[in-house]
Design a protein around this ligand. Structure first.
Ligand code: BGP
Length: 466
């Protein structure tokens, strides 16, 4: 049984849906020069083939979209604030009023329908200027810029937003230093010490944001957000089990610091072995003690790990790939589908932290086909998406029965948007189809898919219809 105040909803990120990349004083973000996602090289300047520059035009159509979310019965809507709308370069002393006003209107629109916003402060959209002039989170000055930004938005939206997330999938910086950490130094040239120094700065900034948030409004609930991915041993060989444990440490250490307020000991060993040195001041250690109120995470895939180099052939899967599981099927993009892994992950995180959990992302990216609905309209018969979500939500219900405290679930890309990893529009996640294609064609009109009505029923019955 889902708790009666369970927060059902959907999630997007500003850079993947808003478009309007240079309107109303917005500065460039790193996404404006990433036309190929993480797969391809960045460009010097924004180029027309970058689907994110227009996105799904959410910036101008959010009223229509939020109305549709309300029709599905959303209790919560997760989006991010584009940092470069508020501080166009990132290091200014004064914020951009037009940017602030946009989010005022957006949050007001949510409240009109009783939808609670859940806001990610930094979702892969560092101001480009900070990447190019400061090398992103390698530079300790980033902490101050971030503090200024979060103080500005916490103060402005004090009475409009209650739930906040500090950094989207904070652990993904291990894989994508530019996208996740605004680090301009090419990955190949980035030393491990610099990478972990950048991570340290983000962790300090995250803890500092928690402290600032609670000073501005003690009722604020601030969460961390990690890319979660169970790592199973590929075989019962104990060496594989240990390998899986070691790989898992790289996912969990971020949350360990954010939830427990200090670095876990297992990291010391890794640092020593790899000659990694980072600067941590006494003052920073104190700041880290400002721990989060809840733990949020994305869940799409599980992977396997093996100690046998011959079998260690990695596959695809939500930024941090792994060895494919021979038992599981995969999506069209090679992301393996494992609903029970979600129950497992919920139990593991609950046992580890005893903090309320929030599933901030989960969903199926697929190639949808818009067809006649037989009544003069158009729709997508996305039974595969319904099956995916049903299977996963049943496992959320199981975890709740196991005793795990789950606050809510926001399905990723509740309306079609641009993919983070590949920057395509063809990889669709939504309950709402958006007519826009990767060649730039399309009316931008919205159409309800079959899953739209299905999710509405799930929410209306508080999960009983699953
Ligand atoms: C997560 C990101 C999202 C999102 C999602 C799906 O990694 O937080 O921004 O896009 O994965 O990934 P993709 O868009 O690559 O399919």
């Amino acid at each position: 049984m889902f708790p009666k105040d369970f927060l059902w909803g959907g999630a997007v990120a500003a850079n993947q849906c808003e478009g309007a990349y240079n309107e109303d004083g917005k500065g460039l973000s790193i996404q404006d020069v990433m036309p190929r996602g993480i797969k391809g090289p960045r460009t010097e300047k924004p180029t027309e083939d970058n689907m994110k520059l227009i996105g799904i035009d959410f910036y101008h159509r959010y009223k229509e979209d939020i109305k549709l979310f309300a029709e599905m019965g959303f209790k919560v809507f997760r989006t991010s604030i584009a940092w470069s709308r508020i501080f166009p370069k990132g290091d200014e002393s004064k914020p951009n009023e037009k940017g602030l006003r946009f989010y005022d209107d957006l949050f007001d629109e949510c409240h009109k329908y009783g939808i609670e916003p859940l806001v990610t402060l930094s979702h892969y959209e560092t101001p480009l200027y900070l990447a190019e002039h400061y090398d992103g989170w390698i530079n300790p000055k980033m902490i101050g810029f971030y503090e200024k930004y979060v103080t500005t938005v916490f103060t402005r939206y004090k009475d409009k937003v209650k739930y906040w997330l500090t950094f989207n999938e904070i652990n993904s910086v291990l894989h994508s230093p530019f996208m996740s950490g605004g680090i301009n130094t090419p990955k190949e040239k980035l030393s491990q010490s610099d990478l972990y120094q950048a991570i340290h700065h983000e962790l300090v900034a995250s803890a500092s944001a928690v402290q600032i948030a609670h000073t501005i409004n003690p009722a604020f609930q601030v969460g961390c957000m990690i890319l979660s991915m169970p790592i199973y041993p590929l075989s019962p060989d104990p060496s594989d089990v240990i390998e899986a444990m070691k790989q898992d440490h790289f996912n969990t250490f971020f949350a360990d610091v954010q939830v427990r307020g200090e670095y876990p000991r297992y990291l010391n060993r890794y640092f020593k072995k790899n000659n990694i040195h980072i600067r941590v001041t006494e003052e920073e250690k104190e700041i880290l003690k400002n721990t989060v109120d809840f733990v949020s995470f994305s869940y799409y895939v599980s992977v396997c790990a093996t100690a046998d180099p011959k079998k260690n052939v990695r596959g695809e899967g939500n930024l941090l790939g792994g060895v494919p599981n021979p038992i599981l099927k995969a999506s069209e993009w090679g992301w393996q589908i494992d609903p029970q892994g979600l129950r497992y992950e919920l139990n593991v995180l609950w046992d580890r932290y005893q903090k309320p959990l929030f599933i901030a992302e989960n969903g199926l990216g697929a190639k949808d086909r818009l067809t006649d609905d037989g009544n003069g309209g158009m729709t997508v018969y996305d039974d595969y998406r319904i099956e995916y979500m049903k299977d996963h939500l049943i496992q959320v219900g199981e975890a709740i029965e196991d005793g795990v405290e789950v606050m809510g679930y926001t399905s990723w890309g509740c309306i079609d948007l641009v993919s983070a990893s590949t920057a395509e529009l063809a990889k669709r996640y939504g309950f709402i189809y958006v007519d826009r294609n990767d060649d730039g064609s399309g009316t931008l009109n919205r159409y309800e898919k079959k899953s739209f009505g299905w999710y509405r029923d799930v929410i209306a019955s508080n999960g009983a219809s699953l």
